[in-house]
Structure formats: structure tokens, C-alpha cells
Design a binder for this molecule. Structure first.
Ligand code: KIV
Ligand code: ZN
Length: 383
């Protein structure tokens, strides 16, 4: 693999689907998985097979319906989970078992009532067991964000010896700062024997709104797989947004990395996931929110009408949005009004525009937004 290529691991159907109220049935999951394949993701985490018969069945059906991406099933680091994941993945052309265990002292003490040496052994055993079913085994060190780096490095070294192909370093609680998370990835890259033979993966949660920033910090420090979800859905405040990391990589050549995402499909898949999960996207969401390319203040509108790049760093067509929107509100100026009037068939002279603008402001002060029908009415009233 090209050393500057970053793999996109989508977990919309696993970490994303864990969100209360977002449950999908198998046909819905297959439809989303097929669109993820079209989008160009490298890995689809299809589910957590032992968690329910429905999830088990979905992983089977997604495996049958997906050709190119790796299909991945989650398991805890216990034998039964791993066996069930392997069974669910038996039709996958490129199966991956994602297994692991909590490595922070919070998890070791409170979840497992155990100690570091015992957890390290369990991590090794889980990977070795998964490896007896599939070649491609990803190990997750749950709560790696709050795990002591030196111990984390020992765990990583052990699971590489057991056959792990990918090391997932989750910031499970979304606690890390970008420099801290980046430094953790670098520490592992510099100190774990054998790490050059595996892929380091970043899996960030958004509890402090830092999931995307942390993922980018991971890339600049050597991670070559990013785990993310469409619209950033996921437990609590969500996961890293697929559309954000993909576009950051594209917009910043300085990062010197590539990915396989067909960005023109980002908005269509965002709408599909929002609709199927019944989870609307916040209007101001980067890349895929309904306001991401909308301009409503006079100063911005005037600039965008003269040249889109004055206030837009992304061409909306690049992410599957037809055009930028000039929204008419009481904050809009004459340029925006003339622009929108022209779009609905009225070419106004300067004198006409002045008259129409006065009437427009009266209407706009009484409404949140002036729509096309209002424009016809306002012009009829004014001219
Ligand atoms: O956030 C997390 O730690 C996870 C793991 C199970 C991979 O989702
Ligand atoms: Zn997670």
C-alpha cells in the first residue's frame, strides 16, 4: 500500500447504529453498505454479530452483498464472540475480525477487576484465537486515550506477535486533546517493535468536539486508517465524521495524504443515513448540513455573488450539492435581492431595485426568510 494513503473504516452500521433510536433492519443496512461501497470506503464494520440474532444476520447479508471493501465484525476479546463473528463473516470476500479489550486502568480495575498483566495476556489470546479463523485481525485497545503509553505499547507489541494486522487506538471517551492523541500515536509508531508491519488506526469519539481534530492529528503522526461514521453519528456525542476527515484530507495538500472517497457522494449518503436512521443532521454541520453552503448576510452574499471563493473553501459540487444558496433575510443586501430576483425571472434596473428593496425589507422584517413566491409578490407591490 502507498505509504501516504489513508484507509477509511466506516462504522456507521456498528458504532453509529448503537445510538438510541437509530436501529436499522437488515435491508436498510444492506442499502447503506452498498452506498458505502460506492462512496469508496475501504472497510465496512457491518455489526457486532454476538450482540443479537438480527445483527448476526445483517453481517451475513452485508458480507454476501459487498465485493470490494473489507467487511468487519466486532467482538469482545472472548472466545464465543470471536467464533460468532467468524461465523457471521463466512461469506465475506475479505473478512476482518475486530477484537479487543479495555486497556486503561479504569477498565482494568472497574470493568474487569483485573490487572495489567492479565489483560495483556487476554489481548494476546483473543488475537491469536481470531487469527485461527481469518487472516485479517484488527485489535482495539478500548480507552487507549486514557491508557498509559508505556503499557499500551507493551499490549500492542504482544498483539502484533499474536498476528494482528491493524492496531486500533480508540479515544473511547473523547477525552484526548489533539496534541496528546497525536503524541500517543507517535509514541507507538516509535516504540512498538513490529509496528512497521501493521496499520495504526484512529477511532475517536466526540465528547469534547475533538474527534475530527484528533483523527487528523493521528494522520500527521502516522495513523493510516481512520474509523468514522456518516454524519458523525455514534455513542453519546458521536464519532469522527467521515465527510469531515475525507474533505480535510482533500482540502489540505499539506497533509500529503490520499483516500478513496468519491466526495460527490458525501451529501447523498448523508441524506440516506439521516433518513433511514431518523436522525436529522444539524443545519450547521460541516460539509453535509443544510446551511453548509448557504449565505444569508449581505456582506457575505455580495462577496459570494462576485466570486464564490470569497466565502467558500469547498465547491459545493465537489460534495454533491448542486449550488451555493443565497438566502434572503432582513440581513440581505441589494446584490442578493437582485441575484435572486433574476433567478426567478425579473431583471431589475437600479431604480427598480431601490424601490423593491424598500418593500423587501418591510417583508423581511416580518419573516424568517423570503422565498421565491414572496419575491414575485414584493416586486408586484413595488414596481
Ligand atoms: O470506542 C471504542 O472504543 C469502540 C471499540 C469497541 C472499537 O468503539
Ligand atoms: Zn467507538
Amino acid at each position: 500500500m502507498d505509504e501516504n494513503h489513508v484507509l477509511i473504516f466506516d462504522t456507521t452500521l456498528r458504532d453509529g447504529e448503537q445510538v438510541p433510536g437509530c436501529k436499522l433492519n437488515t435491508p436498510q443496512k444492506i442499502e447503506i453498505a452498498q452506498q458505502l461501497e460506492a462512496l469508496g470506503v475501504d472497510v465496512i464494520e457491518a455489526g457486532f454479530p454476538i450482540s443479537s440474532p438480527g445483527d448476526f444476520n445483517s453481517v451475513i447479508e452485508i458480507s454476501k452483498n459487498i465485493t470490494e471493501p473489507i467487511v468487519c465484525g466486532l467482538s469482545r476479546g472472548v472466545k464465543k464472540d470471536i467464533e460468532v463473528a467468524a461465523e457471521a463473516l463466512k461469506y465475506a470476500k475479505r473478512p476482518r475480525i475486530h477484537t479487543g479489550i479495555g486497556t486503561s486502568d479504569y477498565h482494568i480495575k472497574h470493568k474487569f477487576n483485573s490487572n495489567r498483566d492479565n489483560i495483556l495476556q487476554r489481548a494476546y489470546d483473543a488475537v491469536a484465537y481470531a487469527k485461527s479463523f481469518v487472516e485479517d485481525v484488527e485489535f482495539y485497545a478500548e480507552d487507549a486515550g486514557r491508557t498509559d503509553n508505556e503499557y499500551l505499547a507493551r499490549v500492542c507489541e504482544a498483539v502484533i506477535k499474536a498476528g494482528a494486522t491493524v492496531l486500533n487506538i480508540p479515544d473511547t471517551t473523547g477525552y484526548c486533546l489533539p496534541d496528546e492523541y497525536g503524541a500517543k500515536i507517535k509514541y507507538l509508531a516509535d516504540n512498538v517493535r513490529g509496528i512497521e508491519n501493521v496499520i495504526i488506526s484512529a477511532h475517536c469519539h466526540n465528547d469534547l468536539g475533538l474527534a475530527t481534530a484528533n483523527s487528523i492529528a493521528a494522520i500527521t503522526n502516522g495513523a493510516r486508517q481512520i474509523e468514522c461514521t456518516v454524519n458523525g453519528i455514534g455513542e453519546r456525542a458521536g464519532n469522527t465524521s467521515l465527510e469531515e476527515v475525507a474533505m480535510i484530507m482533500k482540502q489540505h495538500p499539506r497533509l500529503n495524504v490520499t483516500n478513496n472517497i468519491n466526495s460527490k457522494l458525501l451529501n447523498p449518503i448523508s441524506r440516506l443515513v439521516a433518513e433511514k436512521m431518523g436522525m436529522m443532521v444539524q443545519p450547521n454541520k460541516a460539509i453535509v448540513g443544510s446551511n453548509a453552503f448557504a449565505h444569508s448576510s449581505g456582506i457575505h452574499q455580495d462577496g459570494v455573488i462576485k466570486n464564490r471563493e470569497t466565502y467558500e473553501i469547498i465547491d459545493p459540487i465537489e460534495v454533491g450539492v448542486d449550488e451555493s444558496m443565497i438566502v434572503l433575510t432582513a440581513r440581505s443586501g441589494r446584490a442578493a435581492l437582485a441575484y435572486r430576483a433574476h433567478k426567478v425571472g425579473h431583471s431589475l434596473t437600479k431604480l427598480e431595485l431601490d424601490k423593491v428593496y424598500d418593500v423587501f425589507l418591510k417583508h423581511a422584517d416580518m419573516k424568517k426568510e423570503i422565498l421565491d413566491d414572496d419575491i414575485h409578490q414584493i416586486i408586484a407591490e413595488a414596481v
